[in-house]
Design a protein around this ligand. Structure first.
Ligand SMILES: Nc1ncnc2c1ncn2[C@@H]1O[C@H](COP(=O)(O)OP(=O)(O)O)[C@@H](O)[C@H]1O
Ligand SMILES: [Mg+2]
Length: 594
């Protein structure tokens, strides 16, 4: 049972206590009108048609308006009935309107919290989650909070109120009948207990299968090029059908279970109504109740079982929403790895000197160290290069610097202080990072370059682009820097995307620059031109460059050779060549190749 989930989500509607009081207020007014509704008809039956004398409250009302003739009573009663109907409609309209407003407000707030939370969650979270499923949780499942207000909280409050009011009035008419009427409630409770697990399980399945389907759609469409290239459209289609069928059957099962539950309630209350009609009519035959009273009683009976029905439905709904709410809370409750100490410092005036001290690292749930006992120092303002076979751990090593992960053992220092001493945002601000896979946002090329530096002027953007040898091809695009990437996305080559990403990093003038194979898709000549020019612009900045091209890295102040997670050689180009190790081998190969 997911009551815990509902209680936690209830915090959202509870932020709007006054709003809820107002909504309950107009609902209660509606209930009050529903209670009044059969009364004019009772007067018409008992006092106008049959001619009984008015008594009690009825008499006071007609006396108050000085109505004494039967015809006067008729017109007054009918006008009252019409008035009640119109007022009920207005109240219904207001209730629906304001409930929707509240629901949307809550949906907004929950979605914002979810998005903010997702922005904070670490890469470990994303390694385990499917993007499509996450999107389904925000865009679909977050709707629970709307329904929680509109279909659970308000109906439950209103039904309870109606129920007690109706019971009170029925009891004043005939206590026995009223007691019999509410004796069905324990039976309904039993049905609920009996069905709740099934209701919960089937809806949970339903939304999980829906998430699976969304995840599959997302993944298969984002890799459509590969699907087409390998001619696997049919294969993927069948896989999609598979998931769609799973969703279909889970959906139908949930609908059937929900409907069976509803109909059980309808049958139980229906049988009870029939019994009460019989009993009431029997009493009427023996003159224990008047025809008008019987009319009221039967009217209220429907009105009593109305709330009982909607209460049971609301509880059933609450159970199924628990399953959906759980999917939302799984995100909200995901542990945030706290990366920042309470007394973390901002980085001011860093020299950009970095040290690795016996750093070990392994990915969570992996069973071997990716980095083994890495120790080295980088003097501030120097350019160093890291080279090594694929899978050696180069990308992993630099991702520790931005603290996408923290070392499993050992320490990384910036200006002699552990990275963990600094504010996370401040640390990441201090680093310009070019990732191995170039990534462009669906915005204009200019905005992509200015992503880390939104206040940059057009002049600065162009300067960065020129430095990255991107200016010329950008100007050749139909709208230059204003060309939208979504349109140009497929027409940009890998090398062009890389150069835009380089420009993005160049524009963010951080004291530390990390370039992870940023020019792998460029020819050697363009690459060396970029780096020659770059070296004029990086004076005083620490640069860490990962590349396979020795022609580029041989100018670095120091070169580290990483192999299977360990640093196997260190030194300047000339020393390394002279040493005759792995580096010298690579150099021999590339030299002959070129
Ligand atoms: N998120 C991850 N979870 C588990 N293993 C990973 C992850 N990322 C990379 N690896 C593994 O770490 C090793 C080093 O990868 P990487 O640092 O990308 O190497 P390089 O950049 O030198 O090619 C590889 O064996 C890779 O499979
Ligand atoms: Mg890599």
């Amino acid at each position: 049972m997911n009551w815990r989930v509902l209680v936690k989500l209830l915090a959202y509607p509870l932020r709007y206590k006054m709003y809820i009081v107002f909504l309950v207020g107009i609902s209660v007014l509606g209930v009050f009108l529903a209670i009044l509704k059969p009364l004019p008809v009772k007067v018409v039956i008992d006092n106008v048609l049959i001619g009984d004398q008015l008594y009690g409250a009825y008499k006071s009302v007609f006396d108050f308006f000085s109505i004494y003739s039967r015809e006067g009573m008729l017109w007054f009663s009918i006008s009252l009935l019409a008035g009640i109907t119109v007022l009920s409609s207005i109240l219904s309209y207001l209730t629906v309107n304001y409930t929707a407003k509240l629901g949307m407000r809550l949906l907004f707030e929950l979605s914002e919290d979810l998005y903010a939370k997702l922005q904070r969650l670490s890469l470990n979270f994303y390694a385990k989650q499917k993007m499509g499923d996450i999107i389904q949780r925000i865009t679909g499942d977050a709707f629970v909070v709307y329904l929680l207000a509109a279909q659970i909280t308000l109906p439950i409050i209103t039904s309870l109120f109606t129920f007690f009011a109706m019971f009170y009035i029925m009891a004043t008419i005939d206590l026995t009948l009223a007691v019999i009427a509410i004796s069905v409630i324990p039976i309904l409770g039993l049905v609920l207990v009996f069905m709740s697990k099934k209701l919960n399980d089937t809806t949970q399945q339903q939304y999980q299968k829906q998430g699976d389907l969304a995840a599959f759609l997302h993944e298969s469409l984002s890799s459509i090029k590969i699907v087409q290239a390998f001619v696997r459209e049919k294969f993927m289609f069948l896989k999609l059908q598979d998931r769609a069928h799973n969703y279909e059957s889970a959906y139908l099962k949930a609908i059937r279970t929900g409907e069976v539950y509803k109909q059980y309630i309808a049958i139980i209350t229906g049988i009870a109504s029939a019994a009460l009609v019989g009993l009431g009519a029997y009493k009427g035959l023996h003159g224990d109740v008047s025809a008008g009273e019987l009319y009221i009683f039967l009217g209220y009976l429907a009105a009593l079982y109305g709330p009982v029905n909607s209460l049971s439905t609301a509880i059933g709904t609450a159970i199924s929403f628990g399953a959906r709410g759980k999917r939302v809370l799984e995100i909200l409750d995901s542990p945030e790895v706290v990366l920042e100490k309470a007394n973390a410092l901002p980085i001011t005036n860093t020299k950009g000197s970095l040290s690795f001290k016996n750093v070990f690292f392994r990915y969570r749930e992996a069973n071997q160290d990716i980095l083994k006992d890495i120790s080295f120092d980088i003097e501030g303002g120097k350019t160093i290069a890291i080279i090594g076979p694929t899978g050696a751990g180069k990308t992993t090593l630099i991702s520790l610097l931005s603290r996408f992960h923290d070392p499993t053992a050992g320490e990384i220092l910036l200006d002699g202080k552990p990275l963990t001493d600094f504010k996370l945002h401040s640390l990441r601000e201090a680093i310009s990072l070019v990732l191995q896979e170039p990534f462009l946002f669906p915005m204009s090329i200019g905005e992509n370059i200015a992503f880390g530096n939104p206040d940059a002027s057009e002049y600065e953007i162009e300067k960065a682009a020129k430095l990255a040898e991107a200016h010329e091809f950008i100007m050749a695009l139909p709208q230059g820097y204003h060309t939208q990437v979504a349109e140009a996305g497929t027409s940009l080559s890998g090398g062009e995307k890389q150069r835009i990403c380089l420009a993005r990093a160049f524009l963010k003038k951080s004291p530390i620059m990390i370039l992870d194979e940023p020019t792998s898709a460029l020819d050697a000549l363009t690459e060396s031109r970029i780096f020659e020019r770059l070296s004029n612009h990086t004076a005083g900045r620490t640069v860490i460059l990962i590349s396979h091209r020795l022609s580029t890295i041989k100018h670095a102040d120091e070169i580290f050779i990483l192999d299977k997670g360990s640093i196997v050689e260190t030194g300047k180009h000339s020393q390394l060549v002279a040493n005759g190790g792995l580096y010298a081998d690579l150099y021999q190969h590339q030299h002959i190749g070129v």
